[in-house]
Design a protein around this ligand. Structure first.
Ligand code: ADP
Ligand code: MG
Ligand code: ZN
Length: 516
């Protein structure tokens, strides 16, 4: 581009000079008669050749060149992401996991020499506002690669083939400018499951995306990152190895992460001494990173409106209220009570699961995830195909322990146990109807029997569930201090792994062993 501009400048000068020489030739009065006619001809030919060259190399070389070039340069600079991992608060595990990908991009030759295939696709999924887009930008920033942003909806077009064409040109550009990161936000807009009577245009777009993802090979360092709120809607073909084969859940932040996010977003804001970030983090259970960023911004706006020189806790409280009202979520005190209930509910599950040895507890959390307000992540110690009657009973007791803890502590029950009840009832029904474990004895029960003896079966199922619920209440009652300890720790930390749970168990010198 620079060379062209230089040639253009020379051309302009040459044309002016040529014109002067021409005039001098026609009316020799300018005193240039020292220049020989041959030199003049050489100069004129040079000008013409230069003119032809510039016209040929670009059809409109001198009309808009400066505007065009500067815009292109600006564009390129904009494509370089300025976000780094420093700007992403919390999400430590995810950042660690992405470190490998970053290394892949930065030292791709090292991996290629070893014959390792560079992962092509990463899919971030999780609720909105949790930092998926931010993470993708940070990966681009950390690797200093070109960041090509596209939203799934940009590819949705009325005319068949247009979306597919856009996908093609996006990837062409990515390959040309590699190392690059193609980020497709809201990929569900084009990536939903295909079905028989589905829309032709969308299928073509999705097919093109699949083709492109298969198409580029290990010579090009192009990483595709997708983001979606709905992993369940995506077409399986997209999730296959070689395409989006790494799925990373980006969830709502826990208290510590909320504190860090708030710190990031108040870094450049003058804060009054009254502002305790940790306290704000405590009050904002269940909110996303985007909500917290919004709160910090609202607080600043309110402070300006109130003519304050610093943002005080009052502005923050007002901001929290406004953001929560906007979200149509209950006020912070209700939120806090809910958090307490969920803490005891999950503590109940975790405690009983450990005492009955039903499954290893991997993680307990009261951070809302999907529909659930909290969850206990368990994994069986080994793959099991045969379960004893007692083991099934223990499973049901564990499932009902959440509700039992609520009743024991608060003397009231909430809607939080819906999923537990469904699962417990299913197990009890299978025990009676499929495994011959009820008092009906070893008999397989078919549809006909169920139809005619519904009452008998229901009583039998209920008997099992009632027994298990009573057991759960008893176990929790016998280990009340332990229950409170776990629940309070959960309230404070919001997540706990298996080891932390073990630590607490150790404090209570050998709790009553209920395993049978
Ligand atoms: P998503 O793509 O998951 O819907 P975004 O990445 O667009 O969410 O996040 C929206 C905004 O919320 C970001 O621009 C940022 O200001 C803020 N945010 C979200 N998560 C974080 C985080 N972990 N650290 C810092 N800011 C965050
Ligand atoms: Mg986003
Ligand atoms: Zn539960």
């Amino acid at each position: 581009m620079k060379r062209k501009r230089l040639a253009f400048t020379i051309l302009v000068i040459s044309i002016i000079f040529s014109t002067i020489l021409l005039f001098d030739n026609l009316y020799p009065s300018l005193g240039l008669n020292k220049i020989k006619i041959t030199s003049r001809w050489v100069f004129w030919s040079f000008t013409i050749i230069l003119l032809v060259y510039l016209i040929k190399s670009d059809s409109k070389p001198q009309l808009v060149p400066s505007v065009l070039t500067s815009e292109k340069i600006a564009n390129k600079e904009r494509d370089k992401s300025e976000v780094s991992f420093k700007d992403v608060a919390g999400l430590e595990e995810i950042k660690e996991e992405l470190q490998e990908t970053i290394d892949f991009i930065n030292n791709s030759s090292k991996y290629k020499k070893m014959g390792a295939r560079i992962p092509k696709g990463i899919l971030f999924y999780g609720p909105p506002g949790t930092g998926k887009t931010l993470l993708a930008k940070a990966v681009a920033g950390e690797t200093n690669s070109v960041f090509l942003y596209a939203s799934g909806s940009e590819f949705v077009e009325k005319y068949v083939g247009v979306g597919a064409k856009r996908v093609r040109s996006l990837f062409e550009r990515a390959k040309k400018e590699a190392p690059s990161i193609v980020f497709i936000d809201e990929i569900d807009a084009i990536g939903t499951k295909r079905n028989l009577e589905s829309n032709n245009e969308k299928d073509q777009t999705l097919n093109q995306l699949l083709v492109e993802m298969d198409g580029f090979n290990s010579h090009e360092t192009v990483i595709v990152i997708g983001a979606t709120n709905r992993l369940d809607l995506l077409d399986e073909a997209l999730l296959r190895p070689g395409r989006f084969d790494r799925h990373i859940y980006v969830g709502n932040p826990n208290m510590k992460a909320r504190e860090q996010i708030l710190k990031v977003h108040t870094k450049n804001k003058p804060l009054d001494k009254s502002v305790d970030i940790l306290d704000i983090a405590r009050k904002t259970h269940g909110l996303s990173g985007a909500d917290l960023a919004n709160i910090a911004n609202e607080a600043a706006i309110i402070a300006v409106r109130r003519n304050k020189s610093k943002i005080t806790i009052e502005e923050f409280d007002a901001a929290i209220e406004r953001v929560l009202a906007g979200l149509e979520v209950k006020n912070p005190t209700v939120l806090l009570k809910e958090k307490k209930t969920v803490s005891f509910h999950e503590a109940g599950h975790a405690l009983v699961a450990k005492l009955l040895n039903t499954e290893m507890v991997q993680k307990v959390s009261i951070i809302p995830r999907g529909q659930a307000l909290g969850y206990v992540l368990k994994f069986p110690e080994e793959d099991r195909y045969l379960l004893t009657e007692r083991e099934l009973i223990n499973k049901i007791i564990t499932l009902l322990a959440g509700r039992a803890a609520e009743e024991l502590v608060f003397r009231e029950i909430t809607t939080g146990a819906k999923d537990d009840l469904d699962k417990a009832t299913k197990i009890a029904r299978e025990m009676v109807c499929s495994y011959g474990m009820g008092s009906l004895g070893p008999i397989a029960i078919d549809e006909q029997y169920i139809k005619h003896n519904y009452g008998v079966l229901r009583d039998e199922i209920k008997r099992i569930l009632d027994y298990c619920y009573k057991e759960a209440l008893e176990i929790l009652d016998e280990n009340k201090p332990l229950l409170y300890h776990i629940a309070n720790t959960l309230m404070e930390k919001e997540t706990m792994d298996g080891e932390e749970l073990d630590e607490i168990f150790k404090i209570y010198e050998k709790p009553i062993d209920c395993a049978t």
